[in-house]
Design a protein around this ligand. Structure first.
Ligand code: 0GY
Length: 289
């Protein structure tokens, strides 16, 4: 692993919050192990191994039932570790892959059978070299035929330029980590309101109220991020998802305690009904139906 890479929390606390039956951690990753599933040559970071067994252990420890495992850039477009984890988990996991345009129909079918239900388009410059939007659009058209959707990862300053592209996609679009707002600017700032307007005007757009540990300036327990997550859950109760982002790649300031992250859910979704939508009904609609 990179010399400055922080490994995941070794001993997360047992959360006081008890998720509803069937709850889904809708954003997490598996990394390696590197000697079985080598990291991609084009990767921008080398993580600490975070194998499927550790992820499944965390799922059970947090009281969750299922995972949506998202292909991370350190594995490039080689989805082998993801597919292996999905096959092992069976109905307890679904996946989001990264694909190259020359992927065959049979490879897509194989991934579908393993539980892949989406592809991820990454626009974060520190993580990937740019892919032309036309390529992403063609990929989206292919996966739309399978009933899959698109997950996008970008940072707030890039949203304005991306809006026409996002509006041209033929599938559901799930935006990672609330579009990565600058929380110091507050919810009313035009940058965050641009993101809210995108959800308001395009019913295909969903978002994950995840990663307070990445967005915070104040640090744990991330009180400066909670208003953003709560606002989105309240305004878009049918189009929000929650995830740990375990094993939290590229965290520099600190490593979050996943138990604390789970304990923040009642602040984001204060009622049993909103928790059920966020943790069960919404992810099930997108990944299990
Ligand atoms: C995340 C966030 C990050 C990394 C990746 O694919 C990735 O490598 O998504 C990040 O560094 O912000 O969602 O895990």
């Amino acid at each position: 692993m990179d010399p400055d890479y922080l490994p995941f929390h070794a001993d997360p606390r047992k959360p006081a919050f008890q998720p509803p039956a069937g709850a889904v951690d809708a954003h997490c990753h598996v990394f390696g192990p590197g000697d079985v599933f080598p990291y991609a040559p084009e990767r921008k970071y080398t993580p600490c191994d975070a194998p499927k067994e550790k992820l499944f252990e965390l799922r059970d420890h947090l009281g969750f039932s299922r995972n949506v495992i998202v292909q991370a850039t350190c594995h490039g477009k080689d989805n082998a570790a993801l597919v292996d984890a999905l096959r092992d988990a069976g109905e307890k996991a679904r996946g989001v892959a990264s694909i190259a345009l020359d992927i065959s129909d049979s490879e897509l079918q194989e991934m579908d059978a393993a539980g892949v239900r989406g592809v991820r388009f990454n626009f974060v410059k520190r993580l990937v070299d740019a892919t032309p939007k036309e390529e992403f659009l063609r990929a989206a058209e292919r996966i739309a035929e399978l009933g899959w959707h698109v997950v996008v990862y970008f940072e707030a300053p890039d949203l304005e330029e991306l809006i026409p592209f996002l509006n041209s996609l033929p599938t559901v679009i799930v935006v990672d980590h609330m579009g990565r707002p600058d929380v110091s600017k507050g919810i009313d700032h035009p940058d965050f309101q641009r993101f809210v307007k995108l959800l308001d005007t395009n019913e295909n757009v969903w978002t994950k109220v995840s990663c307070p540990e990445r967005l915070t300036i104040a640090g744990p327990p991330y009180a400066d991020v909670t208003p953003f997550s709560r606002f989105l859950v309240e305004k878009f109760p049918d189009r929000t998802l929650w995830g740990t982002d375990w094993p939290h790649p590229n965290m520099k300031s600190h490593m979050p305690d996943d138990g604390l992250l789970a304990d923040l859910i009642p602040e984001i979704a204060p009622t049993a009904q909103s928790q059920l939508a966020l943790l069960v009904d919404n992810p099930v609609r997108l990944y299990w139906s």
